[in-house]
Structure formats: C-alpha cells, structure tokens
Ligand binder design. Structure first.
Ligand SMILES: *Cc1c(COP(=O)(O)O)cnc(C)c1O
Length: 372
C-alpha cells in the first residue's frame, strides 16, 4: 500500500456549511504555529475577543471563541446555564431547535417545547402562552437562523417576551452572524452562540459565544458544578480573561485562531452593515436567476434568510442526482433537504465569501444546465 498527500479538488461551497473560505483566511492559517501562551498569541486572543464583540454587537465581557465547532457552543450555552431540574422552554421550528431540546433532556432539565411548522417562524404568541402556563421557566431558547429551513425568527421580540417573564434566553445564531443583523445588546439576548463556517468565510471547527451579565451571574451562582469540564465557563475564563498572564486550560488550536482572527478582521474592514447588504443583494440576484429558470422558493419572503435559500426541486427530478451532477461537472456543492424537506428541496447557501456574483451565476447556470 502506498499513500500520497491529499489534494482536494477546489469546490465552490454553496450548501448549508461549510461555505467558501476566503483566501486571506487560508493564508493566515498557513503561518508558523507559535506557543498558545506566547505573548504574540495572547495579543491575537485579545484582538479576537474585541472583534467578536463588534461582530455580536455587544459589550459583554464574557465573549470568547471555544475550541470546537458550533455544536459545542450550543452545548456550552445549555450546560453552563442549566442545573438539573431547571425548566426550559425550547421553541422548535427545525433541526437545530430539536437539538437544543436534546441538550436540555441530556442535562436533566425539565423540557417544555413550543413547536411551529418547518418553514415558518417561531410564533411569539405561542412563547407568551407557554411562559404564562410555566411561570417557573428559567431559560427560553430558540434558533435565530434555522439552517434546516431557511427561516429567520424575530430575536428581539422573543427575547423581550422572555425577559418580561424573568427568563434568560439562549439564541442559536450560528448561521446568522455576519450574514444578517444580530444586535445582542439591543435585543437583550443573554447567551448567543455562533460558528466560523457559515457567514464568516472561515473553515469549520470553532464556536463563538457571548454571555450577558445576567447569564454570567447565573453561572457564578450555580449550586452544582458544570457537568462538562471542557466547556465550564468559569475554568475557560482563566484562560481567556486572565490579565496578562494566562493559565493553561487546553491548547488552543493556534492556526485555526489565526484564521478566525483574519476572518473577523475582514468583517470589520467590510463593516457589518455592508456584509448584511452584500448577502441581501446576492440573495436578490439568486432569486431573480432561479425564478427565471422556473424554480420556486419555499419560505415566505417576509422571513426568508438571504444566506440560506430553500428551493423546491421540480417534480419528476431526482434532487440527489442533480446535486451529484453539479458537483461532478461544476465542482459546485449545494445542500439537500433535511427532515420533512428531505428529497424535496435544495438548500443553497450564500454565506460569507460564497455570497458573491460569480457564485450566483455559477449556481444559476449550473442548475439550468442540469435541469435541461
Ligand atoms: C451549522 C449549525 C450548527 C452546528 O454547527 P457545527 O459547526 O456544525 O457544529 C448549529 N446551529 C445551526 C443553526 C447551524 O446552522
């Protein structure tokens, strides 16, 4: 048996993630590895924390990356806020809401679910009613940008309702950050987590998380230890927040952090509003192109995500065969449907560096060719 180096065929990534990585991010990651407690690396960590506050639009001191993918951000949010027996309302309108519910179950929380149909928003009135019926609710959670359905929910309204009822909020913004508006402080969200591989033009592998003062207080006043040693915020803090000298917690993925640093720097250079506008305008031209070849969008335009487009696959067409052909002939990856949408739709991502004109043109002409 002989082995050779692996050289992937360059693809255009327009699925639900990972999305196209910017060449500047890849170049940043190829720089020499230095020690994770090297003063130069600590400088990079400090930049990352402050650039993250810009990206999340927050002043929260507790705003850090976690050395594991977006799912670890989800787990960190729940395991730090919850103690066994705590009541949690999870609003479910797709796969990632279901995963939030699974986190609550596994952590011994008392789960109440509020369900909405796939392809629709979380209904604020249902949350209001659930809180009325469950006044002892400690935490409300929901997904801002449901990647499984392409739906954007109203974070400000949902957080306002939770806050009125005295509950903390956990918001999944993995697919939102950098692609659509996210204003953690103005919207009163308590714990918000995200990831690198969706709208930040960065490879997968890192999660980003922010805790409000109220959420941080909650963590400090726990009666029981956080069940996860690795994701226990109070331990991570000594690593990320220590003044000058940091204490060893785990070895940060140094080169991945170079990549995150470059990606956040690029978002800062572009400006949040411009990044959101770019996603909106590329979405508009994708809609134009795909409707022009007779395809239909599934989600109502009023709450459709510009960065994740759910498109009906036409009758009599195997959606999987078309995806295979796009990959083989155009090196273009788009996503399949999940759950109730499996076999019926494509999920076309316009996330981060993937949200640009040449990608839209490639996708439209590729689909036109394969469907002809
Ligand atoms: C992708 C995604 C996650 C999980 O992120 P990973 O990096 O795949 O672990 C969680 N929530 C939402 C809404 C996502 O789109």
């Amino acid at each position: 048996m002989t082995y050779t180096s692996f050289h992937p065929t360059p693809r255009t990534l327009m699925g639900p993630g990972p999305s196209d990585v910017h060449p500047r991010v890849l170049a940043a990651m190829a720089q020499p590895t230095i020690g994770h407690l090297d003063p130069e690396f600590i400088g990079v960590m400090d930049d990352i924390k402050s650039l993250l506050r810009y990206a999340f639009q927050t002043k929260n001191a507790l705003t850090v990356p976690l050395s594991a993918p977006g799912s670890a951000g989800m787990e960190a949010a729940f395991c730090n806020l919850l103690e066994p027996g705590d009541k949690v309302i999870v609003c479910i309108n797709g796969v990632f809401g279901m995963r939030q519910a699974e986190n609550v179950r596994r952590m011994g929380g008392e789960l109440v679910t509020v369900e909405d149909d796939w392809g629709t928003q979380v209904d604020p009135e249902k949350l209001r009613a659930a809180l009325k019926a469950n006044p002892d609710t400690k935490v409300v959670s929901f997904v801002h940008a449901e990647t499984s359905t392409g739906v954007c929910s109203d974070v400000a309204t949902l957080c306002g309702i939770a806050q009125e009822a005295g509950a903390l909020t956990i918001v999944d913004s993995v697919t939102a950050l950098g692609g659509i508006e996210l204003a953690v402080d103005d919207w009163g969200a308590d714990v918000v987590y995200s990831g690198t591989q969706k709208c930040l033009s960065c490879p997968p592998g890192i999660s980003l998380i922010t805790f409000s003062e109220a959420a941080a207080e909650q963590v400090k006043s726990r009666n029981t230890a956080v069940q996860s040693w690795f994701l226990d915020l109070s331990l991570l803090m000594a690593y990320w927040e220590g003044d000058g000298a940091r204490s060893y917690h785990h070895t940060a993925p140094v080169n991945a952090m170079y990549g995150l640093h470059e990606a956040l720097l690029m978002l800062h250079e572009e400006g949040l509003e411009n990044a959101w506008q770019r996603h909106r305008s590329q979405h508009a031209s994708l809609v134009n192109g795909l409707e022009g070849i007779g395809l239909e969008f599934v989600v109502d335009a009023a709450y459709r995500l510009p960065q994740l487009n759910v498109v009906q696959s036409p009758d009599g067409v195997s959606e999987a065969d078309i995806r295979k052909q796009l990959l083989a002939e155009f090196n273009l990856e788009i996503g399949a449907g999940l759950g109730v949408f499996a076999g019926k739709v494509w999920r076309i991502g316009l996330m981060g560096y993937a949200a640009r004109s040449e990608n839209v043109q490639l996708c439209v002409s590729g689909l036109r060719h394969c469907l002809a």
